[in-house]
Write a protein that binds this ligand. Structure first.
Ligand code: MN
Length: 414
């Protein structure tokens, strides 16, 4: 499980060794992507170990989720406070302290915080450069041009540092940010490596060992081979597509519009669905309130709820009711009108028109019938009413003869 996760995420290696001389390892390290840090404890008699551990756990607890120089500096300040408080509470010994080199690598950049003489290096295009500045006496002497790197490594005051966590509550933390590229390799290490192995050899090992674990082992072994007079800790982080600057740009460019596209698609789908539903219900309401007249197979005139015809196989007729009006007894012009299935805004309009037709038809004039029994046609309700929608009332099914057949009279009733 952890193997798969490691393979999918950031290739990194973290290794620490007590060395060949010291009895205790006072270095502590943290490799919790995207956060990586080493701390070199000072103080002796186990207190250096306490200091570096207090600092590392406080860093872990206070680190920002995403790389941010100010927030990372605050986390290192919190680590400083943790060591100071630790001394106050009687943990370790007075005078204990620790260095700290911390880096957050994500989104195409490495944010680095630095206190003391542990170091961060960047290997790019097979070339190694130290990206942190040592807060040490020899570091200051080197910067002012009074000491070479080789002289610094053997200088009697080489381990005297000018800044550490655990003494000054107003500690000054160096922070900076560099952009990283795919193929870059970051090395974070304690002076147990750099006091034993020169930069050229470190570079050679980092260039020749592709696997970060192999590279870390070789670096530690080189320090041990050179005497291993101090605890040695190394963290190697390989910059992959995931956190390289160019990759970060392209992934954010890809991701953002993609998620927005989904949002737009959803919004549009919702709007279209709402519009369609609106049109559907308005149409339904309109169709439901309409009425039309037709002639049934029985030869009676029918009054129908809805409209003649259908849309996509959905009939627009919600209900059909027979009237007592016989088609054959109507005047020919009204018969012609009824063959066209005349439509009306409402049932009342349809019945009023039918009443006029009846009253003006000579065969009915003397004997006006009731148009229909109320029981045969209840109030038209709302919603889909799909009784009596058989096409029996359609004009096309009218028998050839003008006199309705007896059998077909049975299909008269709804
Ligand atoms: Mn050390």
């Amino acid at each position: 499980m952890s193997r798969r996760r490691k393979a999918r995420s950031v290739p990194f290696a973290a290794l620490t060794h007590v060395g060949m001389v010291r009895a205790l390892n006072e270095d502590s390290l943290l490799a919790l992507p995207p956060l990586y840090a080493v701390a070199d404890g000072l103080g002796g008699h186990q207190s250096g170990e306490v200091a570096s551990q207090l600092a590392i756990s406080a860093l872990r607890d206070n680190a920002p989720r995403h790389p941010d120089a100010t927030a990372l500096a605050r986390a290192v300040q919190a680590a400083n406070q943790a060591v100071i408080k630790g001394i106050e509470k009687g943990k370790g010994r007075p005078g204990m302290g620790t260095t700290m080199t911390a880096a957050m690598i994500a989104g195409g950049s490495a944010t680095v915080a630095q206190v003391g003489d542990s170091r961060a290096y960047l290997l790019r295009n097979r070339s190694l450069s130290q990206i942190t500045e040592d807060h040490s006496v020899v570091g200051a002497m080197m910067r002012s041009g009074h000491l070479s790197a080789a002289e610094a490594r053997s200088h009697p005051q080489r381990s005297v540092i000018t800044r550490a966590l655990g003494s000054d509550p107003a500690l000054n933390v160096d922070t900076f940010e560099i952009s990283v590229l795919r193929g870059d390799r970051l090395l974070i290490c304690t002076d147990g490596l750099t006091s034993m192995v020169d930069d050229a050899q470190i570079e050679q090992i980092l260039v020749s060992s592709l696997d970060p674990n192999h590279a870390a082992e070789k670096l530690v072994q080189a320090a041990l081979d050179a005497g291993g007079s101090d605890n040695v800790s190394v963290i190697i982080v390989d910059v992959t597509e995931e956190h390289a600057a160019n990759a970060a740009l392209s992934t954010t460019k890809q991701k953002k519009p993609r998620s927005k596209l989904w949002l737009w698609a959803l919004l549009w789908a919702t709007l279209v669905a709402a519009a369609l539903a609106g049109v559907f219900f308005v149409t339904l309401n309109y169709v439901e309130n309409r009425a039309y007249l037709s002639v049934g197979t029985s030869g009676h005139v029918y009054i129908n709820q809805g409209m003649p015809g259908s849309i996509l196989d959905f009939t627009l007729t919600f209900a059909s009711y027979p009237t007592k009006v016989e088609f054959d007894l109507l005047a020919p012009e009204y018969q012609a009108t009824l063959r066209l299935n005349p439509g009306y805004q409402s049932r009342e309009d349809a019945l009023a028109d039918l009443e006029v037709m009846v009253s003006r038809s000579p065969l009915y004039r003397d004997n006006l019938p009731t148009l229909f029994d109320e029981a045969d046609m209840p109030d038209w309700g709302r919603g889909f009413r799909r009784q009596n929608i058989q096409p029996e009332n359609q004009l096309g099914t009218i028998p050839e003869s003008n006199t309705p057949a007896d059998e077909s009279a049975e299909s008269d009733t709804p």
